[in-house]
Design a binder for this molecule. Structure first.
Ligand code: GDP
Length: 426
């Protein structure tokens, strides 16, 4: 049985916490897309961790963590993260790396930086982790699969061939120091040493595991609105953030994914540039940012302050739909206990007409939020375990959102910890 945990919004919905929780009842956890560009923050019995490339299941003894073929694999980063958690007392996790995953090359990070510099004010707000250059190369068929590390002769020839074309851009577009192919080859040989003990055909491993009734959890990064097809293109990420891509990025049959647990944030936040209809500013935004998440809304990878906004029912319903959500989890609800009134964006006004459908980017640019206002509950809901014990106005807010989402909310998260969860409709 396969379940996926994915985000309905712009990322930072709290997927890490939900994956960590569901991992307890899973055998295998798979990262299927993205790289070290976004982070999950997890608070558990070992402490507080920001994971970027490791699957969130690494904290359990009984689980196997897989870096799937769809991931942008930053090998030194992966090993830094493993050593970091082990140094903090977490038992060394069992990790498998797909032999078909591609390697994030040192020059991908350079190109990301150079391009952002070149674009200046017109930049995409990249995290400069090399993700866009990585996926560009993958689809231009000039990427390197992990398996290629084990064919040294072929590898050397390919490195020289590809670096030659990269250096044309380095010299003539970016005017930077040329890349040395020998240096790249040497680095790849170091990568090989690091990754060799973990490499296997993870798709075959998953195939056998599923035949033997194992429980698999797919862990998505970012959210629907950052998907390159269905998100706010071009202010999106470079690999699909949708559960459907989980089948490809992990290497399993699509029909194996039985449950698509879509994480929805009780208010909105976004990192980087791009359309954000229910965004708020000034003191109102500062207060929500300060109170948000676990110790404020700042990017787990970049430390950048996140942009803040009210709950956007139009974007979230669409976000659930494109994920194919079978259930929704509403997170960080505890943060909203200070508000007298909670605005909820229920429509977009575009050229004088109100719509409830999430449009393409050029229409979205013109959209103005249409709000409904719900009364606040003015208490701290942390520590509450039963749905019935939540204040009435809080339940009304949840049920209002559930109706707007058109997906059952099965869990409500009321704190960052593993056990801060309230089950509903189950
Ligand atoms: P992810 O990328 O979707 O995993 O999200 P992040 O980990 O970047 O951001 C979520 C932040 O909210 C983290 O700091 C979590 O510890 C925190 N968090 C998750 N769920 C809750 C919750 O229900 N309440 C509060 N207050 N914080 C939460």
């Amino acid at each position: 049985m396969v379940r996926a945990v994915v985000g309905a919004n712009w990322g930072d919905e709290g997927k890490g916490k939900i994956t960590d929780m569901l991992a307890e009842d899973s055998d295998i956890i798979v990262r299927f897309q993205g790289g070290s560009n976004a982070g999950h923050t997890i608070v558990n019995d070992y402490g507080k961790f920001a994971l970027h490339i490791l699957p969130s299941g690494v904290f359990y003894n009984h689980t196997t963590s897989i870096i799937g073929n769809g991931v942008a694999l930053n090998i030194p980063y992966l090993f830094k993260e493993i050593e970091d958690i082990v140094s903090k007392g977490v038992p060394r996790p069992k990790i498998l790396v797909s032999d078909r995953a591609q390697i994030l090359m040192p020059y991908h990070i350079l190109f990301d930086k150079y391009e952002e510099e070149r674009l200046g004010g017109r930049s995409f707000g990249s995290t400069k982790s090399g993700i866009a250059p990585f996926y560009s190369d993958k689809y231009a068929k000039i990427g390197f699969q992990v398996s290629e590390l084990f064919d040294e002769e072929g590898l050397k020839e390919k490195v020289y061939r590809i670096v030659e074309t990269k250096n044309v851009l380095v010299e003539h577009l970016y005017h930077k120091e040329l890349i040395d192919p020998e240096e790249i080859y040497k680095t790849l040989m170091e990568y090989k040493e690091m990754v060799a003990p973990y490499v296997c055909d993870t798709a075959a491993y998953l195939h056998d595991a599923l035949k033997n009734g194992k429980k698999v959890l797919l862990e998505g990064q970012l959210g629907s609105l950052k998907d390159p097809d269905f998100g706010i293109y071009p202010m999106v990420t470079s690999s699909s953030t949708l559960a459907a891509y989980g089948a490809i990025g992990a290497g399993i049959a699509p029909y194996e994914i039985k449950d698509i647990i879509t994480v929805v944030k009780a208010y909105s936040s976004a990192v980087g540039a791009g359309e954000f209809v229910s965004e708020i500013f000034g003191e109102e935004a500062d207060e929500l940012r300060r109170r948000g998440g676990d110790g404020g809304e700042y990017g787990a990878t970049t430390g950048r302050p996140r942009r803040m906004g009210w709950f956007d029912a139009v974007a979230s319903r669409y976000g659930c739909r494109v994920q194919g959500a079978t259930e929704a989890v509403l997170t960080v609800l505890d943060v909203l206990g200070y508000l007298d009134t909670l605005p909820v964006c229920v429509g977009y006004e575009i050229d004088g007409k109100v719509t409830k459908d999430f449009p393409t980017t050029h229409e979205l640019k013109k959209a103005k939020p249409v709000y409904e206002y719900l009364p606040g509950w003015k208490t701290d809901i942390r520590g509450i375990k039963n749905y019935e014990d939540l204040p009435e106005n809080c339940r009304k807010y949840i049920e209002f959102i559930e109706k707007e989402l058109e997906v059952p909310i099965t869990m409500v998260s009321n704190g960052p910890g593993r056990h801060d969860i309230i089950y509903k409709n189950k």
